[in-house]
Design a protein around this ligand. Sequence first.
Ligand code: MG
Length: 272
Amino acid sequence: MEVVRLRTPGVLTVTMLAVVSGVMCAQQPAATGAVAKPNPHDTEVFSPEPKVVTPATVVGQPPSDAVVLFDGHSLDEWVSAQDHTPARWMVQDGLMVVNKTKGVGNIETKRKFKNYQLHVEFKIPAEITGTDQARGNSGVFLASTGPGDDGYELQIMDSYNNKTYVNGQAGSIYKQSAPLVNPNRKPGEWQSYDVVWTAPVFAADGSVKAPAYVTVLFNGLLVQNHFALKGQTLYVGTPSYKPYDAAPIKLQAHGDASLPLSFRNIWIRDIQ
Ligand code: MG
């Protein structure tokens, strides 16, 4: 009100009326103690709508938008990681089997992936022998960047009742991150990994702009929680990154003398 000074009492110009009116309106809520009421619609988002995906009727089976990497019938989605010839693992009774005594080698997907959700089921035989790292050893390389054990390994082995270094037991990111808990089932029982992989991001000069992140559920329990990888898996030495864009998923035929391992129901979903 102080901004309005009347030189001629009783006469208000249109401008003055507007100023007075505006001041009165602006001050009205404060005068009455009212506060502008938030509108619930202010924070509601309607687009873009999430894509409709039909979940499986049985938990763990592939949803409608998954790429099925093994359906129990063929190795058509896989090749030898060594030379990209046909995969030399076996299909027996609807299962993918790696006989590690025959030097069949690692296998990897024909397709390449960047960010994804992956489901894998595996079984270590009830009659497994060996100890430490030589007891049902295999692995899922979450990005295969070379023919051997190059890449980022999520360890598979029997850790039900088998001591080894904790960052090398089942559910570990090998030699980088021990699992948060040990949810291993007995040898002879089916087990599952559900993985969310966020690929590393590299600058044009090959330097790391963002590390890879991984979250893993092992038999439904969280064992890796958005872990930032230190680089590719190494048996000896400090991990470091090797630039890549998209890469296959690789399964390991570890050179121990353990019995054959079985896999089933492997599927993947791209994450945009
Ligand atoms: Mg392994």
